[in-house]
Design a binder for this molecule. Structure first.
Ligand code: GLP
Length: 245
């Protein structure tokens, strides 16, 4: 397990980009596992800026996102599909046909099964993760089995409140989502978890120092053979010093 502690959010984002760039240079048909939320926005900005400089291309890159809200999808501003277009896909040369998210509309069980089939057929090179303030990864809330694959989830009141900032009002936040399961995430060759800000410090502490328990879904990542945590000082504030790499 690697832990990189950075001064701030911007440095966290560029450290994460260094890892992604190394892969893109080595493998032009890389498979990226992507996340939404505030945390990866800076990474995506680095990806766009470097693309615009001509340093990298996404022509043959394929992406799989972690999750999608139930009831939202293409054309819905708050859907994760549109988030990805706004913050990344619209600004790079990726083929949208190579960008995958679970479908939050229509037959939801079929959407889960279809997404699982796709994930079984692929090997994600780098999975980017944020972390919820309650230790969730993707939308795998505390209590989710470590063996879980793509499934429908009821969001906890805390997650609904935390994500309300992306919506006009609290009651607009969907109460369910479709998420990659923890087993899907653990299949990635490499995992990069980013965290920024003091409100993540407890979750980060539990993930890295606490028990490995479904009460903190991110704690299972420690058993992965290639996981890197990139934390800004505030997110790392509950860890003892001397562990940074
Ligand atoms: C959501 C997403 C997660 C994300 C988490 C943290 O619940 N489903 O993938 O990691 O929020 O979000 P943020 O980065 O905005 O703090």
């Amino acid at each position: 397990m690697n832990i990189i502690i950075t001064k701030n959010y911007d440095q966290m984002s560029s450290e994460a980009y260094n890892i992604v760039k190394e892969l893109l240079i080595k493998k032009n048909n890389a498979v990226l596992g992507l996340a939404t939320g505030s945390t990866p926005k800076g990474l995506y900005k680095n990806m766009i800026d470097d693309y615009k400089k001509g340093a990298v291309s996404y022509k043959n890159v394929c992406t799989y996102n972690l999750d999608e809200y139930v009831g939202l999808g293409k054309g819905d501003k708050q859907s994760y599909r549109e988030f990805m277009r706004a913050y990344l896909f619209n600004h790079i040369d990726i083929d949208l046909n190579n960008t995958h998210l679970p479908s939050g509309k229509g037959d939801l069980q079929k959407a889960c099964d279809d997404y699982n089939k796709k994930l079984e057929a692929e090997k994600i090179d780098i999975q980017i993760l944020g972390i919820g303030a309650n230790g969730h990864i993707a939308f795998n809330e505390p209590g989710t089995s470590f063996d879980s694959v793509t499934h429908i989830v009821n969001l906890t009141p805390k997650t609904i409140r935390d994500n309300a900032r992306f919506f006009d009002k609290l009651s607009d936040v969907p109460t369910q989502a479709i998420t990659m399961g923890i087993a899907n995430i653990m299949k990635a060759k490499k995992i990069v978890l980013m965290a920024s800000g003091e409100n993540k410090a407890n979750a980060v502490y539990n993930a890295i120092k606490g028990e490995i328990t479904t009460s903190c879904p991110a704690s299972i990542l420690r058993t992965h053979s290639d996981v890197t945590y990139i934390l800004d000082e505030q997110a790392a504030s509950k860890l003892k010093l001397g562990e940074s790499k």
